[in-house]
Each structure stands twice: as structure tokens, then as C-alpha cells.
Design a protein around this ligand. Structure first.
Ligand SMILES: CCCCC/C=C\C/C=C\CCCCCCCC(=O)SCCNC(=O)CCNC(=O)[C@H](O)C(C)(C)COP(=O)(O)OP(=O)(O)OC[C@H]1O[C@@H](n2cnc3c(N)ncnc32)[C@H](O)[C@@H]1OP(=O)(O)O
Ligand SMILES: NC(=O)C1=CN([C@@H]2O[C@H](COP(=O)(O)OP(=O)(O)OC[C@H]3O[C@@H](n4cnc5c(N)ncnc54)[C@H](OP(=O)(O)O)[C@@H]3O)[C@@H](O)[C@H]2O)C=CC1
Length: 515
């Protein structure tokens, strides 16, 4: 049987979401490990004043592509951008481009989605469900198509505790929901959203569940694979350890903790932190593309791409390793020394939010005001609280995912492919992974230089001295207030002072005698 790289040789691949976190890693890995692939057609929209071409040029300049650039400097010639806005009818692909794609594409990887937890339902439905539907109908017109790989999420069915590799019945018939939301204005949709999403925490997981159902129902004769990654984190090994380029999921939490801003968060110490490195997800995705095309399974195969059942690690352990990593490799200009604690207790968390978040923010904003600058800390904390509030659902619970298809797929790979497209997470050493993850947030998200670490350490020492001074002054102040108001405090104070005085006299007398 052909190896994975042999299979992709000469193939035209269509990718949505190629400008996103996972899409870029997919493009890089395909070009590097399957160098004979014919072309990668990527659906891209213009954004933030940049044309499609400008965005793609920026993307290929990214450090992520350094390794493939070294191997084959002309790699970009294989990337063919196609202008597309996925929430428009027909995905806004021009008739010429549609014809080109339908005539040549062999495999589709559908990564695009809105992953925001606070996305209004209508928009999440348009992108995550309707665009998937439209892509499937485009796929139906492709005579050479061999596999359609849909990227879902392990949390699509997070309202269940045990999640098998099956497509569960949808919370609502997607067609009916699409039809009803079409005529409703945004305010009505906002009002009924909590009732619709029911026991799911957000519109993201809800619409991803609907999308899976659409893939199952509207795939016709296509060969389908559905990948369900859990919490996708920095890369484990490829193209280099610790690659990460965004604040999503735990990355923003790690950074906020490393900067000394986040000091408390609600999470269950003993719950499994189902992180999965991005390169593992991409290796599995490419292997699933190969398997789907070669074996043509009759029904869609679902791959729960998770670590919890195979190599579990817990939020409490993550907290410990993140903190010690940021102490060894501090971030620049930290607000306070990194010292975050997680707790599952609501009241304890609220107490620490008051003492360790709001109070320092208030003092710092006061200092900014007095020095003629614009206060900003309270605003930063309000945004942070909103973000961690949306993540708490995932850090406070445990799920059990069955990942038999991942094991089955590994069993079908040749020893060589198992190395090149490694997704065996049993080999993952968590402390080392977390260390590289934290360094990755410093280097690639915050663009900080590793050579500045001594200065960052010096800054942490300065913060420690400020804290000691502040604590001492506060103690003296509180004590003075007590002494002024209470006879008992005064008596204790005189007692302690006279005791110290006696002790000093004793030490002096004994040293005189000794001489
Ligand atoms: C140290 C102890 C650690 C212990 C660990 C404990 C817990 C771990 C925490 C989390 C684990 C749970 C993760 C669950 C993931 C589930 C898996 C999935 O299915 S994947 C999808 C994941 N999706 C997300 O993570 C998206 C979440 N984000 C959002 O929904 C939104 O971004 C938002 C948080 C609601 C914020 O929206 P807002 O409009 O206010 O801001 P923007 O998004 O426009 O961003 C503005 C600005 O802020 C930066 N940003 C975004 N998020 C964060 C963050 N979390 N921390 C810091 N900064 C953040 C963003 O990049 C923008 O910057 P800029 O203006 O410079 O571009
Ligand atoms: N990150 C994670 O932790 C997890 C992610 N997943 C799934 O993986 C997939 C990829 O996620 P990730 O890479 O993290 O997400 P990103 O947000 O990084 O990327 C999303 C991609 O979708 C594209 N996109 C969004 N809206 C449109 C639109 N209207 N038209 C065209 N393209 C659009 C974006 O393009 P643009 O650059 O133009 O915005 C971007 O390329 C998603 O399906 C997600 O559900 C699953 C589990 C966990």
C-alpha cells in the first residue's frame, strides 16, 4: 500500500481556514512531508484592509515556514489562493474558480470556522453550518474527489460525559433552525439563544454539533472523515517545539499568568486537561485523509483526537508546570511576579479576584492617574475576567473520549509513516511540552527575545522588593492604627518592645562577659 507521502504525490488539495492556526500548520506539514503534492488550493478572504494576495504573502513569510523554506525555497508556488468569503452564497467563489476546483481537487480539508465562544448564533450558524453545507455541495460536483475531511471539536457533544466516535443526533434539525433564524432579527435570536443551546456552554460547540450532522446527512457518496481535537495547544515537535500564534484556549491564560496579571482562576485541579499538540492533530488529519481516500469507508469515520484516555495530565499539574516554567523563563515587563492558583471553589475564587486582581488594578490605575497617564488596568482585568469566564466550563469538568479510531489508524500506518506523521501521544512528556509551550508563547505570540531573560529576571526581583516594601509599610500602618485605638494593642506593643530590649541587653551582656 502507498505511504502517506506517496498518496499525496500529484494530488490537488483544497483547504479552508488555511490562514488560521491549524490551517497554517496543515499547509506547512503537507508541503514539507509530502513534497510531491501537486497544489494546495486555499480559500482566503481579504481582511482588515489586506487583499487576499497580501495576506498569503504575509503568511508564507511567517517563521512557521522556515523549515520548508530551507528544504524547498519555491514552496510558495504550490499554494494557490482562491478568493472566497465562506458566509456568502456559493462561498463567493467566482464561476471560473469553481470550475477550476471542481475539475481538479482530490481531497478537501475543511478547517475554517468561527471558534469564538461569544459569537452571535446567526453568524456561528452561517460559518460553521451553512458554509459546511455549501462546501459539501461544491464537493459533490468534484468528479476526482477522494476524501472530505471535516475538522470538528471534541467538545461538539460536551453536554455528554462519555463521548464515542459517533455522530450524535443533533439538538435540533439544522435545516429547521436555518429556516427559522433567517427571518428573525438579531435581538430575537439573542434572546432565544440560551434556550436553543440548552446544556451546551456556547454557540461554538452547538453549531459544531450541527455541522457534524450536516456532514453526515449531506455527504451523499463522498468518503468522509471527521476529526475531533480537544484543546489544541502549541506544537510538540514540528516544525519546531512550542509553535503557537494566538491567545485562544489555554494560551491566553498561560500568558496572563506569566505576566503576573492572572492570579486566580476557577478550574478543577484533578480534572483532566485534555490538551493536544497542534502537530499531533495535523498528523492525524493527514493520515485520516490518506486512510479515507484509500479505504473509502462506507460511513463517515469519526476520530476523537484527545490525550485524556491515553496519557492523562491534570489542570493542577498544568498550573504547577506553567508557573515554574515562567519563573525560569520570565516574560518581559510582568505586572506582578507569576503566581497563579486555580480553585474550584466559587467563593475562594471571588475573594482572590478582589484581593489579587481588582485591588492591585485599582492601586496601579491610581498611580497611572497621579502620574498623568491613562488608567488601563481595570479594563484589562475586565476583559480577562470575561475570557476566563468563558473558559471555566472546560477547565472545571472531565470528559471521557473513546479514541479507538485513532488507535486503529495508527495500526494501519507503516513504521516510517508512524514516525513522519506521529500522533502517538503516549510518548508525550508533559513537563517538557508545557515548558516549550510557555517559551513558545513568549517567542512567537509576544515576540519577546530569549536574550532578554536576564533583564526580565531583574524586573521580577524589583517587583519582589516592591512587594516586600509594600507589605512592610502596610503592616506598620495597620499596627499604628491599632495602637492608636486599642489599649490592649498598646500593651502588647510595649510588651514586645521591652522583650526585644531585654533580649538585646542579654546578648550584649553575654558577649561582654565572654570577652
Ligand atoms: C496558570 C494556570 C493555568 C491553569 C490552566 C487553567 C485553565 C485553562 C484554561 C482554559 C482551558 C479551556 C480551553 C477550552 C477550549 C475548548 C476547545 C475548543 O473547542 S477550541 C476553540 C477555542 N476558542 C477559544 O479559545 C476562543 C475564545 N475566545 C473568545 O471567544 C474571544 O476571543 C473572547 C475571549 C470572548 C474575547 O473577545 P473580545 O471581543 O473581547 O476580544 P478579541 O477576541 O477581539 O481579542 C481582543 C484582543 O485580546 C486578545 N485576546 C483574546 N483572548 C485573549 C485571552 N484569553 N487572553 C489575553 N488576550 C486575549 C486578542 O488577541 C486581541 O488582541 P489584539 O487586539 O492585539 O489583536
Ligand atoms: N483551536 C482549537 O483549540 C480547536 C480548534 N478546533 C477546530 O479546528 C478548526 C481550526 O481552528 P483554528 O485554526 O484554531 O481557528 P482559527 O480561528 O485560527 O482559524 C479559523 C480559520 O477560518 C477562517 N475563516 C473564518 N471565517 C471565515 C470566513 N467568513 N470566510 C473565509 N474564511 C473564514 C479564518 O480566516 P481569516 O484568517 O480570514 O479569519 C481562519 O483561516 C476549526 O474548525 C475549529 O473548530 C477544534 C478543536 C480545538
Amino acid at each position: 500500500m502507498a505511504s502517506i507521502a506517496d498518496y499525496y504525490a500529484g494530488k490537488n488539495v483544497l483547504i479552508t481556514g488555511a490562514t488560521g492556526f491549524m490551517g497554517k500548520v496543515l499547509v506547512e506539514k503537507l508541503l514539507r512531508s509530502c513534497p510531491e503534492v501537486r497544489a494546495l488550493y486555499i480559500l482566503v478572504r481579504p481582511k482588515a484592509g489586506q487583499s487576499m494576495q497580501e495576506r498569503v504573502s504575509d503568511m508564507i513569510k511567517c517563521k512557521l515556514f522556515d523549515r520548508v523554506r530551507e528544504d524547498s525555497p519555491d514552496f510558495h508556488q504550490k499554494i494557490i489562493p482562491i478568493s472566497s468569503e465562506l458566509i456568502q452564497p456559493g462561498l463567493a467563489i467566482s464561476p471560473g474558480d469553481q470550475e477550476r476546483l471542481t475539475s481538479c481537487v482530490h481531497i478537501i480539508f475543511h478547517c475554517a470556522a468561527t471558534i469564538r465562544f461569544d459569537e452571535p448564533l446567526k453568524h456561528a450558524l452561517q460559518l460553521n453550518v451553512i458554509a459546511t453545507q455549501q462546501l459539501l455541495s461544491l464537493a459533490q460536483k468534484m468528479p476526482h474527489l477522494q476524501a472530505f475531511i471535516h475538522i470538528s471539536t471534541a467538545y461538539a457533544n460536551c453536554n455528554r460525559r462519555h463521548i464515542d466516535e459517533v455522530i450524535y443526533p443533533p439538538p435540533v434539525e439544522p435545516r429547521k433552525l436555518i429556516d427559522s433564524l433567517e427571518w428573525m432579527d438579531d435581538s430575537i435570536v439573542r434572546e432565544i439563544t440560551p434556550r436553543l443551546i440548552g446544556d451546551r456552554p456556547n454557540t461554538y460547540t452547538y453549531t459544531k454539533a450541527l455541522a457534524e450532522c450536516v456532514v453526515q446527512k449531506e455527504s451523499g457518496k463522498l468518503s468522509i472523515g471527521i476529526i475531533r481535537p480537544s484543546i489544541v495547544g502549541a506544537s510538540w515537535k514540528e516544525p519546531f517545539p512550542g509553535w503557537i500564534d494566538n491567545f485562544n484556549g489555554p494560551s491566553g491564560v498561560f500568558i496572563a499568568a506569566g505576566k503576573g496579571i492572572l492570579r486566580t482562576m476557577r478550574a478543577n485541579n484533578d480534572a483532566v486537561a485534555d490538551l493536544i499538540p497542534v502537530d499531533v492533530v495535523i498528523n492525524l488529519t493527514l493520515a485520516a485523509g490518506w486512510y479515507t481516500a484509500v479505504h473509502r469507508p462506507k460511513a463517515a469515520l469519526v476520530y476523537n483526537c484527545t490525550t485524556g484516555g491515553i496519557n492523562p495530565f491534570h489542570w493542577g499539574e498544568i498550573e504547577h508546570h506553567v508557573m515554574s516554567s515562567f519563573k525560569r523563563n520570565p516574560l518581559e515587563q510582568a505586572f506582578r511576579r507569576p503566581n497563579a492558583n486555580i480553585t474550584s471553589n466559587y467563593l475562594i475564587n471571588q475573594y482572590w479576584i478582589l484581593v489579587s486582581h481588582r485591588f492591585p488594578a485599582l492601586i496601579y490605575d491610581l498611580y497611572l492617574r497621579l502620574s498623568g497617564q491613562k488608567p488601563q488596568m481595570m479594563q484589562i482585568f475586565n476583559r480577562l475576567h470575561k475570557a476566563i469566564g468563558l473558559l471555566e466550563y472546560f477547565s472545571s469538568r472531565d470528559w471521557e473520549w473513546n479514541s479507538e479510531n485513532m488507535t486503529m489508524l495508527m495500526g494501519h500506518l507503516s513504521p516510517e509513516d508512524r514516525k513522519t506523521f506521529n500522533f502517538d501521544v503516549r510518548q508525550l512528556c508533559w513537563p517538557e511540552y508545557i515548558e516549550n509551550y510557555c517559551i513558545g508563547t513568549k517567542k512567537y505570540v509576544l515576540n519577546e527575545d530569549m536574550s532578554d531573560i536576564p533583564a526580565a529576571r531583574q524586573h521580577l526581583r524589583k517587583l519582589r522588593n516592591i512587594r516586600y516594601t509594600f507589605n512592610t509599610l502596610s503592616l506598620v500602618f495597620i499596627w499604628r492604627v491599632f495602637i492608636a485605638r486599642s489599649q490592649m494593642a498598646r500593651n502588647i506593643w510595649y510588651f514586645v518592645v521591652s522583650l526585644c530590649f531585654k533580649f538585646l541587653s542579654f546578648v550584649r551582656a553575654s558577649s561582654t562577659l565572654a570577652n
